[in-house]
Design a protein around this ligand. Structure first.
Ligand SMILES: *[C@@H]1O[C@H](CO)[C@@H](O)[C@H](O)[C@H]1NC(C)=O
Ligand SMILES: *[C@@H]1O[C@H](CO)[C@@H](O)[C@H](O)[C@H]1NC(C)=O
Ligand SMILES: *[C@@H]1O[C@H](CO)[C@@H](O)[C@H](O)[C@H]1NC(C)=O
Ligand SMILES: *[C@@H]1O[C@H](CO)[C@@H](O)[C@H](O)[C@H]1NC(C)=O
Length: 319
């Protein structure tokens, strides 16, 4: 597969106005906004060591560029890149460098349509190139090879969808699309992919269906995917309020002490591999025994709100 990263450097020599006496001061790399595949981001390097001036150079993906500013349009293949800036003081001969790790988001992905539908042998199946621009060219790849449409395989709606009339075992593979972005440069972006497979991930939650307030329970999300290798696990709260004096998440295990009797708490476990577009989830409804709430409930609930916020953060960090 070809690389579609377009590089060009803009030479803007920056005279840093700050002089630091002695000591090593790293240059700094700055850029505005998030870094997205298909969109140009300009990185600027500045160093306090550049009096009267520096020659700047950048190292990105094994290539070197000159200038204090670097404009880069990621092509979708990289989700994380290492960017290094070296500032070489032409007068003093001293050099300073800094490395930053950049996370690139990809706005284009291959997803089944309707969402969450699963491929079944001998049945029709549709993949969408989401984030593509209708009317602009879209190409499809299976296991890195261009997809040639035939009688059983249709490209519909400006190639934004790939339609299988009747799935065959030979259709298994890793599908990606390449979209043309509606930017001035019309850069091309290789999407996140979708692994079309007839072996599905199964997912279930083990643990009690009914629980008592004030007791700690353990729920385990069981799946046939290889956790932290093929898939990652998340326990989204889905807007429901989790009332608890204690709640902890460690990968596929949730430990929970319920407090409000009479409530039904849904626990959802999601197993996914976002890079492969694979996903499975299950929800278990857990009934909390008992009926009345005590007078001290309000006080304890205010503590619970903070806990929920904390748990929400845990999910963010986990995912
Ligand atoms: C970058 O600058 C160095 C030193 O001035 C020079 O040798 C090199 O050819 C330049 N590279 C490019 C790609 O302009
Ligand atoms: C799919 O179709 C083929 C031939 O049309 C048949 O032999 C096979 O049993 C079918 N498979 C399923 C899972 O329906
Ligand atoms: C649609 O895909 C076919 C086959 O890859 C390609 O030849 C054609 O140029 C594409 N058309 C557009 C509008 O992207
Ligand atoms: C729990 O899940 C069920 C379906 O599984 C749904 O009907 C119900 O509304 C959910 N309850 C809450 C509080 O989200």
């Amino acid at each position: 597969m070809a690389f579609y990263n377009t590089f060009h450097t803009v030479l803007v020599l920056t005279l840093a106005g700050v002089l630091t006496a002695g000591g090593y001061v790293s240059p700094s790399i700055s850029h505005a906004g998030g870094v997205r595949a298909g969109y140009e981001t300009t990185f600027t390097c500045k160093s306090a060591n550049c009096i009267p001036q520096c020659a700047y150079s950048w190292t990105l993906k094994g290539r070197t560029f000159n200038g204090s500013a670097l404009a880069w349009t990621p092509g979708g293949l990289d989700s994380i890149v290492r960017l290094q800036c070296d500032a070489f003081n032409t007068e003093s001969g001293s050099s300073r460098s800094i490395v930053t790790i950049i996370e690139v988001t990809n706005p284009v992905s291959v997803r089944p349509s309707p969402a969450l539908s699963l491929p079944v042998l001998n049945q029709s199946f549709i993949l969408d190139c989401t984030g593509s621009f209708p009317g602009l060219p879209v190409l499809w790849y299976k296991d890195g090879q261009a997809v040639a449409p035939d009688a059983s395989l249709g490209l519909v709606k400006h190639n934004t969808s790939l339609e299988f009339n009747s799935l065959l075992t030979s259709d298994s593979g890793f599908y990606q699309c390449e979209a043309t972005m509606a930017t001035l440069a019309q850069s091309k972006v290789i999407s996140l992919g979708y692994l079309l497979s007839f072996d599905h991930w199964s997912v279930s939650i083990s643990g009690p269906d009914t629980v008592f307030p004030g007791t700690q329970y353990t729920f385990t999300c069981k799946t046939n995917c290889n956790i932290n290798v093929d898939c990652s696990i998340r326990w989204p709260l889905r807007g429901t309020i989790l009332t608890s004096t204690y709640f902890s998440v460690s990968r596929n295990i949730v430990k929970w002490i319920p407090i409000v009797p009479g409530m039904v708490q849904n626990l959802t476990c999601v197993v996914e591999n976002t890079a492969f577009g694979r996903f499975a989830e299950v929800t278990k409804a857990v009934k909390i025994k008992g009926s009345t709430t005590s007078g001290s409930e309000k006080v304890r609930l205010s503590g619970v709100i903070q806990l929920i916020f904390f748990v929400g953060l845990l999910f963010l960090l986990d995912s």
